[in-house]
Design a protein around this ligand. Structure first.
Ligand SMILES: [Zn+2]
Length: 529
């Protein structure tokens, strides 16, 4: 393949050898040289290289989202997306509009509602859901995926009755007076419903996933670390879908697949382990849940919830079960990626990790939302990466302070403390929980503000633009042990780069990030369209 010279850019390489250059030369998907415009055109221009003028735009290493669910993003294209809805009436209107297109008896699936954003009204009641959609069963997933709403038709089609067996760890919320379901289901009680919802077809899912990948690329992402098997029909089907899209249909996005722990035996059977695949599609760590979330007070804390002193949250499994999952993973030389929100969950996970030898890939602590001084010190370990989501500040403030209390706030989403103590951090969105948009993540990390709102949430923990960009570049590369081939613009690395309409490092006000456009996403040296 011929050479391409990307020139007349402001390339922030994040490589201390050559921090800023004007031109980058790529061949066969790799960066082969970089430097000033005259040098590069003298050296490579005569050999008939293709020249692409970046018109003075800023370039960084290709952006990486270190934790999201591409399947969830895909479902947002296929189902009813309630993300960002700000009132009960808007939510009911959207449900009604969608319901009017759904045939009687067919399921209406939706996701993304967050009643904390409501400026009017509260969560719809089952009667209200029945009113807007009497003919079709409704199943709506809250933004956190820990609470769910259904209508009467959904209960009827799931053969719900008051003495039905509710899966462990879940509950069906009932009205204290009438004892009738309110339509709200918590945690695993959703299985009462989900087992009656017919699966989407393979082609539907794959089509949604293709949309999601294209969307991610349009937001400047060149790589994602995604967790899907539980939503895309298991390990085999998930891998096949990605393999077809990436390796056979040439969709550009690089995907690292986190595999949920129940699929450990299936991985073994297929001879797959971390690193299996190629530079485009690769098996990643084993995904485990240690606890829940702050919203429902299920994140596991070492001191009780400030707004409910009887509650410490919930471990998703006993220490013994968690230990055995890690043991099984280690027997297959697999790194783990554990969802931990509360500080006690983090302590438990670190305690278990201490009992096993390291493997060739870093272990990952997903979210790392609440820490303590002693835990930060233990996280500062070169074999561990904290997968943080700066946008959680926007999603969870101000109500999260009721849960955690002012005293612990210094340790909540404490990105600056983590970085200053040497914890390797990678930035992600946890989409569809937060939007697939690294610029929004960077904005949240730098400002700790909700776009358009004045409040700054614990401004002490704001980080610099450079550190925020590093989260979504080199940080992501560390998370999958790919720092030798990604994360900086350096000779020999993959030619993955993101081009912006504004120079992020010279913005007078970081709010200008909000109207910065992605001009180009370059993967393997090719502009993605
Ligand atoms: Zn997640």
């Amino acid at each position: 393949m011929s050479k391409t010279i990307y020139t007349n850019g402001i390339f922030y390489t994040l490589d201390s050898n050559q921090p800023v250059v004007e031109s980058v030369v790529v061949e066969n998907g790799r960066i082969i040289d970089l430097g000033s415009h005259p040098e590069m055109s003298l050296q490579w221009g005569r050999a008939g290289a293709r020249v692409i003028d970046l018109q003075g735009n800023m370039v960084t290493p290709g952006l990486i989202d270190s934790h999201l669910h591409m399947s969830g993003v895909a479902f947002n294209f296929l189902d009813l997306d309630l993300t960002g809805v700000t009132s009960k009436s808007e939510m009911l209107d959207k449900i009604k509009q969608k319901a009017d297109t759904v045939a009687p008896g067919k399921w209406l699936i939706g996701m993304g509602w967050d009643e904390n954003l409501f400026t009017e009204g509260s969560i719809p009641t089952i009667e209200e859901l029945d009113y807007v959609a009497p003919h079709c069963p409704i199943y709506l997933k809250r933004i956190c995926y820990h609470a769910f709403l259904v209508n009467s038709k959904a209960l009827e089609m799931s053969q719900y009755h008051p003495s039905i067996e509710v899966p462990k760890g879940g509950s069906v919320v009932v009205d204290p007076h009438t004892k009738k379901p309110t339509g709200m289901l918590l945690e695993s009680a959703s299985q009462i419903i989900t087992k009656h919802i017919p699966d989407k077809t393979y082609d539907e899912l794959k089509n949604g996933l293709a949309h999601a990948m294209k969307f991610a690329i349009s937001k400047g992402l060149t790589s994602v670390h995604t967790n899907d098997p539980a939503y895309l029909g298991g390990l085999e089907q998930t891998y096949r879908m990605y393999d077809e899209l990436i390796n056979h249909e040439q969709k550009g996005l690089r995907c690292n697949l986190l595999i949920d722990c129940p699929y450990l035996p299936a991985l073994k059977e297929k001879g797959m382990a971390a690193g299996y695949g190629n530079e485009k599609l690769q098996i990643g760590a084993i995904k485990i849940f240690a606890d829940g979330a702050f919203g429902r007070r299920t994140a596991l804390l070492s001191e009780p919830y400030s707004d409910d002193p009887s509650q410490y949250g919930e471990a998703m499994q006993t220490q013994e079960v968690l230990f055995n999952i890690v043991k099984d993973a280690r027997e297959q030389s697999m790194p783990i990626a554990v969802h931990t929100i509360g500080d006690k969950a983090l302590e438990d996970v670190l305690h278990i990790l201490d009992q096993f030898p390291k493997v060739n890939y870093r272990d990952r602590i997903i979210h790392t939302s609440l820490v303590r001084e002693d835990l930060i010190a233990r996280l500062a370990d070169p074999s561990i990466v904290a997968d943080i989501q700066p946008r959680f500040v926007v999603g969870d403030y101000p109500w999260v302070i009721d849960r955690i209390g002012k005293e612990r706030e210094a340790y909540l989403y404490a990105w600056k403390s983590l970085l200053s103590k040497g914890v390797i951090c990678a930035g992600g969105s946890d989409a569809p929980v937060e939007p697939v948009d690294p610029l929004l993540g960077i904005h949240a990390a730098v400002t700790r503000k909700t776009p358009g709102k004045p409040n700054i949430w614990n401004g002490e923990q704001r980080i610099s633009m450079l550190d925020a960009v590093k989260l979504f570049t080199i940080g992501g590369a560390y998370a999958t042990n790919e720092e030798a081939i990604k994360g900086t613009i350096s000779r020999g690395k993959l030619a993955d780069m993101t081009v912006y309409s504004k120079n992020l490092f010279t913005l007078e006000n970081p709010d200008a990030l909000l109207d910065t456009k992605i001009e180009m996403t370059i993967i393997d040296g090719e502009i993605q369209g």
